[in-house]
Design a protein around this ligand. Structure first.
Ligand code: ADP
Ligand code: 5GP
Length: 204
């Protein structure tokens, strides 16, 4: 049995974490992957909840041992998705969301061609800057670096199957939920979930 796999990608500050949180509250059938990272925890972040926080040496070892289905360097830190955890989720038929950058999304598309890839755009560069500042978690230097990186990241939007514009949060969550709903209605998902309907019509 295989669950639906989704990736959600956005430039930092576009509101991806907020959107995903809203989506998960609305849809208890979705499970979020908790990535491994070498980034230091932000205030309020807890090990094992937002991320598994590890040092560079441990990350390297996991990488060499093939523990990540994808990994990437983003804004000077390393991030990776556990191969074993993801395989277990999908085998159990669980619909799973990866909140990862465009490089990781590209690797996941190669490994899982059926993945539903979603890119989140902020409504404008000025609003992106407002949100990064308003979040109050990053220094001016980090904000400047992330704004610069955003331009490059947005160039990759065309690689994704769906684009959500995060202007008004409730509307953006509705859009995201619509993509998830459509993904679950694909033939492969329906066939796995409801084999009896198909068996009914294919009996000799
Ligand atoms: P990301 O995970 O993409 O880096 P966050 O989810 O942390 O971004 O959001 C960045 C900031 O923008 C947060 O302070 C969040 O509350 C705010 N935010 C997110 N979505 C919206 C929205 N649609 N309208 C206004 N503010 C938003
Ligand atoms: P942040 O440090 O703001 O939480 O995340 C920075 C960036 O790293 C975001 O673009 C986020 O999507 C990305 N990221 C988080 N986890 C992973 C992961 O496991 N793999 C990849 N490739 N990117 C990730």
């Amino acid at each position: 049995m295989s669950g639906t796999l989704l990736t959600i990608t956005a430039p930092s500050g576009a509101g991806k974490t907020t959107l995903v949180r809203g989506l998960l509250l609305r849809d208890p059938g979705l499970h979020l992957s908790i990535s491994y990272t070498t980034r230091a925890p932000r205030e309020g972040e807890k090990n094992g909840r937002e991320y598994h926080f590890v040092d560079l040496e441990s990350f390297r070892k996991m990488c060499e041992a093939g523990k990540f289905v994808e990994w990437a360097e983003v804004h000077g830190n390393y991030y990776g998705t556990s191969r074993a955890w993801l395989a277990g989720q999908l085998e159990q038929g669980r619909d799973t969301v990866l909140e990862i950058d465009w490089q990781g999304a590209r690797l996941v598309r190669e490994a899982f061609p059926d993945v539903v890839s979603i890119f989140v755009l902020p409504p404008s560069p000025a609003e992106l800057e407002n949100r990064l500042r308003g979040r109050g978690t990053d220094s001016e230097e980090v904000i400047a670096r992330r704004l610069l990186a955003a331009q490059g990241e947005m160039r990759h939007a065309r690689e994704f199957a769906y684009v959500i514009i995060n202007e008004r949060l409730p509307a953006a969550i509705d859009d995201l939920a619509a993509v998830v709903r459509a993904a679950r209605l694909r033939y492969a998902s329906q066939y796995v979930r409801y084999p009896h309907y198909f068996a009914f019509f294919t009996q000799d």
